[in-house]
Each structure stands twice: as structure tokens, then as C-alpha cells.
Design a protein around this ligand. Structure first.
Ligand SMILES: [Fe+2]
Ligand SMILES: [Fe+2]
Length: 119
């Protein structure tokens, strides 16, 4: 879909974000293993546990908007987790703060893309 005028920069950004999201999943899975847990990568479990839902979007602007909504939900979820874990799990909380900073950057970049696309 990402084919029109700003499509190249948007698809580059989507790819960069996607790679960073994969990195977050790997970081979190590694931490689970360190704590003696077992990460569950089954697609069904992942979509059931997700805080966001997948919405395709009919236009490039729609796609970016849906992605921005998902980033903002992720930001709220990470903030709540960080607050919850602060005292009892400082190492995990520290890791999540690093992830949160990247999600905030994603949201900023998507908001900028949307503004450029709609202006
Ligand atoms: Fe992420
Ligand atoms: Fe993100």
C-alpha cells in the first residue's frame, strides 16, 4: 500500500520500527529466560495477549494513524509496567525504560510523518 508520494520514507520508517520492535521482543524474552520463565511465541497467544489490535488502514495516512495509536497504547502499557515494577524489579524496570524511550521516539516519528503527509 505504501506506494504514493511519501511512500518511500514511510516504508523505510516502518521497516526500521519493525526491526526495533523485534529487538524489544528479543530483549523481553531474554529477560524472561533469565528469570526462569519460558517465553511463549505462539502467534495465537501473542495476538490474545496483545494490548493493541491489528487494523490494516485503507490509506497511507490511515496506516500511520493506526500505527501511532498502537505506539501510544504501548507507551501507556510500558509506563504502567515500569511504575508497577519499580521497587520490586529494578533491572526489569530499567530495561523497560529503555524500550519506552524507543516507543516514544516511534510515536514522534509517526506524528511527524502524518503531519508531512497531510500538509
Ligand atoms: Fe516495541
Ligand atoms: Fe514502537
Amino acid at each position: 500500500m505504501a506506494r504514493r508520494i511519501h511512500a518511500k520514507s514511510v516504508s523505510d520508517e516502518f521497516l526500521a520500527h519493525s526491526n526495533e520492535e523485534q529487538g524489544h521482543a528479543d530483549q523481553i524474552a531474554a529477560r524472561m529466560v533469565q528469570l526462569g520463565g519460558e517465553p511463549d511465541f505462539a502467534p495465537n497467544s501473542l495476538s490474545q495477549c496483545s494490548h493493541t489490535e491489528y487494523i490494516a488502514g485503507d490509506s497511507l495516512a490511515d496506516m500511520i494513524m493506526e500505527d501511532l495509536v498502537a505506539e501510544r497504547i504501548a507507551i501507556d502499557s510500558y509506563r504502567a509496567l515500569i511504575e508497577h515494577l519499580a521497587d520490586q524489579a529494578p533491572t526489569t524496570s530499567q530495561m523497560l525504560k529503555g524500550i519506552l524511550a524507543v516507543e516514544e521516539q516511534h510515536a514522534d516519528e509517526l506524528a511527524d510523518l502524518l503531519e508531512a503527509l497531510l500538509s
